[in-house]
Design a protein around this ligand. Structure first.
Ligand code: HAX
Length: 429
């Protein structure tokens, strides 16, 4: 049994008891109310979901299993995955076993590469990634065990097995997509001396220590963002039907591919390069202010700013910003991000629409990748996806371990709503 599996197995009985007690003793306790605006407004603020891997505090940002993300910024991706799944950081032995375990499962089957190479050049890298994960489903242990007949109490075991198999392959897969889509030459094999995130950087073709450290930081910062965001929630719903982790992760990452969610990092760099193009390099504060107004007045959003939950500068943005300040403060792309940080929140406040005028995680990450030569911005959401797959997998393993039922909230019609609020007389269904 892998150590991560053993560590989780040890904790499951107590957690199941805890939840059973909560539901038994306080099952009727009301935790949220829903108004008409929320029903039509993307359920913003409605508490109707449980996520124990992480939470997002509007002012403090991401907190993973009780630890604020800024305190985890020097950890490895494997430590974060262990923390997400088990609830505690691994000891040395648990960590090294997990690293070996992931490396041993990392080979991507040849048929996946054939499909990747056959996709048309117009296929977005996110389309390639989602396709690759979907066709890896052929290897699902969960589906096989379910077909053989498996008890509900055991669902989490093959869910974890599939998650480890999938996560182990993601760096090779994602790096291969980069090299195929942008004609970067042959695929690069993983190096057994490197860990999961370092191997990702290595297989992209960039081996400098600073870049590998950025890859580590990138994988840590994007790993999870509680349960209600589009990708996590989508994956949660899909997995609740007992679709296996390959189906759930590919569905969740299809949501991450939207410009209001993970694709915002691609849009951010487009915005930054657009400013630089206009002003022939990093803009002054006044130039940035004018440009921001122009974008807003044309009815577009400023990518990388605003958030559905956060109401302060995202600590993940701060961590990326600190990395840029430390390693290349004079880089013109980074400087443009920096000028934006000084000016855009003020403009958005004056504009008066965005509930949160502060930068989110996507505002600066592209500039850092660009500095190291990853200039193909349509690839950025793939990097985000490799990291976020950790949170999605940890959440679905937890859901199966807690034996959660299928997700099925009640929807109502507009006719029902009108009758409910008294706009019409007849009760409608
Ligand atoms: N620029 C311009 N207008 C913005 C804005 C921004 N950055 N952020 C919000 N607004 C606008 C909204 O479009 C909305 O306008 P309408 O009333 O005309 O529809 C209004 O302000 C109120 O929106 P909100 O309540 O502040 O924000 P939402 O919870 O509805 O949406 C979003 C949150 C992140 C989608 C939004 O802030 C946005 O579109 N930001 C830019 C895109 C972006 O950076 N997305 C990445 C977010 C982080 C993430 O998920 N990464 O994966």
């Amino acid at each position: 049994m892998s150590t991560i599996k053993q560590a989780l197995a040890n904790r499951i009985p107590e957690r199941r008891r805890e939840i059973a007690d909560l539901v038994k003793n306080f099952g009727d306790h009301v935790i949220s109310q829903v108004n008409v605006k929320q029903a039509y407004g993307g359920m913003r603020g409605v508490k109707g979901l449980v996520c124990d891997t992480s939470l997002v505090d509007p002012y403090k940002g991401l907190i993973i299993r009780g630890i604020p993300i800024d305190e985890l910024a020097d950890k490895s991706a494997e430590e974060i995955f262990f923390l997400l799944v088990v609830g505690e950081l691994p000891d040395e032995e648990e960590l090294s076993t997990l690293k070996q375990n992931l490396f041993a499962r990392s080979e991507v089957p040849e048929y996946v590469w054939r499909v990747m190479r056959d996709l048309p050049e117009t296929a977005h890298p996110m389309d390639m990634l989602v396709t690759a994960i979907a066709i890896l489903e052929a290897q699902s242990v969960f589906r096989k065990r379910y077909d053989q007949g498996m008890k509900k109490e055991e669902y989490w075991e093959p869910a974890l097995e599939d998650s480890l198999n999938l996560l182990a392959k993601l760096p090779s897969l994602a790096a291969g997509i980069y090299r195929i889509r942008y004609n970067k030459g042959d695929l690069i094999l993983p190096d057994p001396k490197l860990d999961w995130s370092e191997n990702y950087g290595h297989m992209l073709g960039i081996d400098t220590p600073d870049f590998l450290d950025l890859m580590r930081l990138y994988m840590v910062l994007h790993s999870d963002h509680e349960g209600g965001n589009v990708s996590a929630f989508t994956a949660h719903v899909v997995a609740s039907a007992l679709s296996d982790p390959y189906y759930a992760v590919s569905a969740g990452l299809s949501g991450l591919a939207g410009p209001l969610h993970g694709l915002a990092n691609q849009e951010c760099l487009k915005f930054v390069l657009g400013v630089m193009d206009r002003f022939d390099g990093a803009p002054t504060s006044d130039e940035m202010r004018d440009y921001t107004w122009q974008v807003l007045n044309s009815g577009r959003v400023i990518p990388g700013y605003g958030h559905a939950v956060l109401r302060a500068t995202d600590p993940r943005f701060k961590a990326f910003h600190a990395f840029g300040k430390k390693h290349f403060p004079e880089d013109p792309v980074f400087k443009t991000v920096d000028v934006g940080f000084q000016v855009i929140p003020e403009v958005l406040q004056e504009h008066g629409k965005a509930a949160n005028p502060w930068p989110n995680v996507d505002a600066g990450s592209g500039a850092l990748l660009y500095h190291y030569g990853i200039e193909e911005m349509s690839y950025y959401t793939v990097l985000f996806s490799v990291s976020r797959a950790m949170g999605i997998c940890a959440q679905l393993v937890t859901s199966r371990a807690m034996m959660e039922p299928i997700t099925r909230p009640k929807s109502v019609s507009t006719a029902w709503m009108k009758a409910e609020v008294g706009m019409t007389e007849a009760a409608a269904t």
